[in-house]
Design a protein around this ligand. Structure first.
Ligand SMILES: NC(=O)c1ccc[n+]([C@@H]2O[C@H](COP(=O)([O-])OP(=O)(O)OC[C@H]3O[C@@H](n4cnc5c(N)ncnc54)[C@H](O)[C@@H]3O)[C@@H](O)[C@H]2O)c1
Length: 284
């Protein structure tokens, strides 16, 4: 592991999953969350996730305890000052991410590498907001971060070779399969995936089949592990709309304009698994 102390900003689905991945790989992790409740929730979630792995005999009790002891949470950006690497994973909104980058620029020690887990936004655009854009690149994990092998390593023109090489080495140390990609909206996976997900919502609107029917069709017909509606619920419908909006702006292609039903569900608070309901009900 080439980074001893790793900061993570954002305690949502991805930030908490990445914390477990990085701690399991051997680094000390400090996760910055806006409230003590969400910070505590990350630590409780980590304990539950590790307990599941112990039950499945993927970790011993001792290993799970060591991994748990490596992770702490804070509400202060200043507590990330001595991190060797910081991974930003807040909501997919350019202004919010710029605000976070600005805060981090005030406190990062010299030499720290800053990465973003953005799904679609310009990494170069974020890099310009800090003093050392050569130390910024994209490190795009997939959901759930603990289980998905791929990470996209996004190389903006501003990034130094040393930065990109260090992040590829880090990804490998985390047990991931890194693929270097150009700093273009959606990179590889989301540029290909989101027109498909959006089209599934359109087919639903055209009453071609039910939610369950479309999911069964894509699993049984294409060998996908889950159908488009289960996947949209897993990603989060708010995040999905943000990704489609960014792709629409970048490419001006009608396939990327979010289907109205997606926006309507977000406005009703139906965000998918994380809110307890989306296309499916999760009984929370
Ligand atoms: N959900 C996925 O499947 C997925 C996969 C890969 C990458 N991503 C990316 O990861 C990032 C986080 O997504 P997520 O799914 O964890 O989202 P989420 O909704 O689960 O969590 C968002 C996080 O952002 C924080 N946040 C919101 N507004 C903020 C603000 N004004 N200031 C600081 N923090 C704020 C929230 O408190 C929360 O911790 C996004 O860039 C997203 O595109 C998501």
């Amino acid at each position: 592991m080439n980074f001893q102390k790793v900061g993570i900003v954002g305690s949502g689905i991805m930030g908490s999953g990445i914390a477990e991945v990085v701690a399991t790989a051997g680094a000390t992790v400090i996760l910055r969350s806006r409230t003590s409740q969400t910070a505590d929730a990350v630590l409780v979630g980590l304990e539950k996730s590790l307990a599941r792995k112990v039950a499945k005999q993927l970790h011993s009790h001792a290993t799970a305890n060591i991994i748990r002891s490596r992770v702490s949470a804070t509400m202060e950006f200043a507590d990330l000052a001595d991190c060797d690497l910081i991974i930003e994973s807040v909501v997919e909104d350019l202004d919010t991410k710029k605000m976070v980058f600005h805060e981090l620029d005030q406190i990062m020690k010299p030499g720290t590498i800053l990465t973003t887990n953005t799904s679609t936004l310009s990494v170069a655009g974020l890099a310009t907001t800090i003093s050392h854009p050569e130390r910024v690149c994209g490190l795009h994990f997939f959901n759930p971060a603990q289980a998905m092998p791929l990470v996209e390593v996004v190389r903006p023109l501003s990034a130094s070779d040393e930065t990109v090489e260090a992040i590829i080495e880090f990804a490998l140390a985390c047990g991931k399969e890194p693929v270097e990609v150009k700093d273009q909206a959606g990179f590889v996976v989301n540029a290909l995936l989101f027109p498909y997900l959006n089209h599934a919502v359109r087919l639903l609107g055209q009453e071609v089949a039910t939610i369950e029917g479309i999911d069964i069709a894509m699993k049984g017909g294409c060998g996908f592990p889950m159908g488009p509606f289960a996947l949209l619920d897993l990603i989060g419908l708010d995040t999905s709309v943000a990704i489609l909006d960014a792709l629409d702006v970048a490419f001006g292609d009608a396939n990327f304009a979010p289907e109205p039903l997606l926006r309507q569900m977000v406005s009703e608070g139906k965000l998918g698994r994380k809110s307890g309901s989306g296309f499916y009900d999760y009984g929370q």
